[in-house]
Design a binder for this molecule. Structure first.
Ligand code: TXA
Ligand code: MG
Length: 305
């Protein structure tokens, strides 16, 4: 069953039922070694599946939950190994979407849920994206409207020497650092697919449309050099002097990172369905506040599967 969270739609299953968890991997065509995030409606439930639940985890959960933060903590051995891809750690998160929360509270169960999209495709931020991506493979989609954060949660590991951000998200490093002595980044760039990664889901290509995506600092140059068919443009608001060619398709997003992130996947889903030969994304500013957006754009534009 797919349900809305404040970040993206999740494909949920009872985390303590190995058969239900197995179905998630089948439906998404996801490698079995990729760990799932366990969603909870209550800090008390999270505590049961972590061993030990540290004072640090408690402090972060009290401050940021419900919200777009996943905490990687040592797992309780009673949690089925299938959920965590065999890892000794588990990702826990309490989402803040009222519908997702109502579901988790009513179920009173830990719910394993990855983003509700086929493996390595764009995450869904609307119910229709789930239906388009998974079709008959998902038995039910709860429509909670467009999600408001728009990109996946920040993943913070509390199992390294220093708390480490494995996936950047709406909750930034500075915000986390206000509650921790120090916070490290797992990677400064797109990880090399050949090297070992601390987070198994962090393959270079991820969150990607079917259509080839290219990032361009100077969109005008692309128009001059390229005449190979219709282009789907993802532009920043304020670049209104730019003239796309006849037949091109244009999406625009606000030039502020949180609002940009909120609309990013919907814009890419639209461009992906517009039958363009490629998608060209105008590069956003290279500022710290744009880090999570850059992370997703770089992955979307990494060639190959
Ligand atoms: O916002 C979100 O987090 C969404 C919504 C549905 O909650 N979920 C989501 O799940 O993005 P998924 O499966 O698409 O991504 C989970 C990420 C992956 O990068 C995975 O490797 C990492 O979390 N992760 C999960 N458990 C982990 C663990 N035990 N150790 C390291 N990384 C883990
Ligand atoms: Mg995902």
């Amino acid at each position: 069953m797919a349900f809305p969270t404040e970040t993206v739609y999740g494909l949920g299953a009872h985390a303590l039922d190995p058969e239900a968890v197995e179905r998630i991997f089948e439906v998404k065509d996801r490698p079995e070694t990729h760990p799932l995030i366990v969603h909870v409606g209550d800090i008390e439930v999270a505590m049961q599946w972590s061993d030990p639940w540290s004072e640090e985890a408690q402090r972060l959960a009290e401050h940021f939950w419900p919200g777009p933060l996943t905490l990687i903590v040592p797992r309780n051995s009673r949690l089925p190994a299938e959920v965590t891809g065999g890892l000794e750690t588990v990702g826990l998160r309490m989402p803040s979407h009222p519908v997702g929360m109502a579901l988790l509270r009513r179920a009173d169960l830990p719910v394993a849920a990855p983003s509700a999209n086929p493996h390595q495709h764009l995450s869904p931020t609307r119910a229709e994206h789930v239906v388009h991506g998974l079709g008959e493979r998902v038995d039910m989609v709860i429509d909670g409207g467009a999600t408001d954060v728009g990109i996946e949660s920040t993943v913070l590991s509390l199992c390294e020497d220093v708390p480490t951000i494995l996936r950047p998200g709406a909750i930034g490093r500075d915000h986390l650092a206000s509650l921790l002595d120090s916070v490290a980044w797992a990677d400064d760039a797109v990880p090399d697919p050949e090297t070992r990664r601390p987070s198994p889901g962090m393959s270079a290509r991820h969150y990607a449309p079917e259509t080839r995506v290219r990032l361009a600092a100077e969109v005008e140059d692309v128009v001059e050099l390229d005449d190979s068919g219709a282009i789907g443009w993802l532009l920043l608001d304020g670049s209104s002097e730019f003239e796309p060619r006849a037949g091109d398709v244009v999406e625009r997003l606000p030039s502020e990172p949180a609002s940009y992130a909120a609309g990013l996947y919907a814009a890419l889903h639209n461009l992906d369905r517009a039958s363009c030969t490629r998608i060209v994304v105008q590069s956003p500013p290279r500022h710290e506040g744009w880090r999570a957006v850059w992370n997703r754009l770089e992955r979307a534009s990494t060639p190959g599967r």
